[in-house]
Design a protein around this ligand. Sequence first.
Ligand code: GLV
Ligand code: MN
Ligand code: MN
Length: 406
Amino acid sequence: MTTTQLTQLAHRLDTINQFKTNEVGQNRLVYSPTWVEAQRQVIKWGFELGFQVSVDDFGTAYLDMSGTTTSKTVIATGSHIDTVAQGGKYDGLYGVLGGLQAIENLVAKFGRPKKTLRLISFNEEEGSRFPDTFTGSKHYTGQRVDLTMKDPAGIQFDDARKHAVAELKLPGVRHELPDLPTSFTELHIEQGPRLIDGGLQIGLVTAIVGQRRYTVTVRGIANHAGTTPMNDRADALQRAVDLIVALRNAASQLKSDLTFTVGKMHVSPNTSNVIPGLVTFTIDCRNNDEAVLDQFEHLIHQIVETPSHAKISSSVNRWAESNVTHLDDQLLENNQQLVDHLGFKSVQLASGAGHDSQIMAKVTRTTMIFVPSINGISHAPEENTSEADLLHGVELLAANLHQQAY
Ligand code: GLV
Ligand code: MN
Ligand code: MN
């Protein structure tokens, strides 16, 4: 990859990351104004570079560089365009723009591919706005998504979806759900410390952890902070705090590598002189053993549903679940040979983050390539990867796509 190509990738990353809200970091929550701007920009670049562009009902964009033969084989790459709230510049976006760059490089060097190369910019993967994850790859692969689910402001997924997708109907865009590809390769930042700490340039992903997400609701009684005796309160926040401590202890006792995160909490009425009457908080837990997730789910129910106080009740609801996924062995082996040939230092590893690849792997041969995350940080504005490492990932992806499509 030349300096010009690197500059181009950096420029495209910057262009999208400059679609900002007033929040810190990147906030491309699905179907928000910044999300619309970003997905429109990807589509425009697609047209400029000679791709045929389709958009499906969920707003996923498919950029096809059609093959020169009659082969129906489609070799796909890509990732998601959305971010978490206050997220970073690379999670998802690097896989979209790195994929665009890899295909652009290949066409510049070798001309059109024999088999169609498809770049996919999935609408959503993070589960940051609506209570579901991977809605883009789920829709593409025929899994049901609840269109009636609502975001915290009460906006229905289906309404937000219709408005946003209408904005993507630029001249020349086909409105369709394309056939599934023959393979899918996702380029992504590692989002952990292993590559950077090991002085490695590339991670080749063997498997992706299973994850489950829950919301716990605690109902007490809102009352005056000054007049309600301490022994006669039904304080929902105090109960929530006790539950979180108990759940965290249960997780660490069950298995040391079971991750447990409470990342979101709502306190109602959330004012200093009122005892909280209602609290909700989320649980995100992950492991590479389904049995551990099953056992922890059982413990969650036991802990949350055991009554503690006559006037306080608590309940739990699971709203997202994905299984442990093993990626394609042959594509992994091919990537290993390509990376050794390119002379990059690499390791094979399992992913602790969720990816569209785990959904795609249910319907097509799927593989993933990681590049290092500086300080192992992601899902935060400090998320960063060196330009040299961004380049290594694109080079390996291009070699992979070349091997499959030319
Ligand atoms: C997605 O990035 C996830 O792993 O939460
Ligand atoms: Mn991601
Ligand atoms: Mn993410």
